[in-house]
Ligand binder design. Sequence first.
Ligand code: PLP
Ligand code: COI
Length: 341
Amino acid sequence: MAADIDWASLGFGYVKTPYRYVSNFKDGKWDEGGLTEDDKVVITECAGVLQYAQQVFEGLKAYTTVDGRIVTFRPDLNAERMVTSAKRLEIPPFPAERFLEAVDEVVWANRDYVPPYGSGASLYLRPYLFGSSAVIGVKPANEFQFRLFATPVGPYFKGGVKPITIRVSDFDRAAPRGTGHIKAGLNYAMSLHAIVDAHNCGFDENMYLDPASRTFVEETGGANFLFVTKDKRVVTPLSDSILPSITRRSLCYVAEKYLGLKVENRPVRLDELQDFAECGLCGTAAVISPVGKINDHGKEIAFPSGMEKMGEVTQQLYDTLTGIQLGKIKAPDGWIREIKK
Ligand code: PLP
Ligand code: COI
């Protein structure tokens, strides 16, 4: 029976659901793992994650389709990216096949919390891996935990799909040759001061630039950028220090193969932003959130799409991607994984 939740008014917050998946790595191997109702993590005060932030994570969603199936969207790419992230932080990767089984098990066990079709909400899944044994000298832990919990969520930005205003940040997110391309908690810890400051100044998000030259656009704290030119080309920033967003990669495919648009993944200069017609933030949480204005130290770049609604191409991309996720539009092979007993 569906949980007693007002799905339409959900924001992007944590709601405890009954089951989560846990597996522990000890003596060089992952144990069998399984579901538990225990939402508490008990670890030593000296755990690697608590001392030196040895943690990586993922984010993906489960949806109810138009014909009542429960599905996840390209979870194999999250599994793969988590392996890359883990290796960079000296964490033994959680096998991709087991990651997919954990996703299936947690979604199925919490199926009453998968928001119904048409509610605009979804079940957000948060897999993560962290160093659980004691370390005091700077070195990797030798015991780790994988957990995966689920929480029903609504839109990431208040106001749903209304355009937001962002600012060019004076803080940097990721160093060249650093960890910007992996999904590690440490990248988000260092963005917390910048986001609080942005909110205090009346902005919804930060646009981070490349730290080396501060002339190219990177991404925001939790999403990649997507721009549309006046002649309807889709442009996404290329950089070694941004997270390879699964949503962005999927949207580029959709733009090319479903909408017949030209797509360019290339370095994007800050000083060319004023030439674009539309701008959006893309990610699992953000889906595509339209950006109406970018403030660069008082200089305002207002996109012709305005502050009332998404730009035309952004809307087409949004409708096609969400249509695929919700089973209304035929998905490319392998994009949709149905969850069933
Ligand atoms: N960039 C950052 C920094 C993110 O945290 C996310 C969210 O996962 C993304 C981009 C979007 O990635 P994805 O589309 O795989 O969710
Ligand atoms: C996601 O989109 O899944 C993320 O992890 C972004 C985070 C800022 C919520």
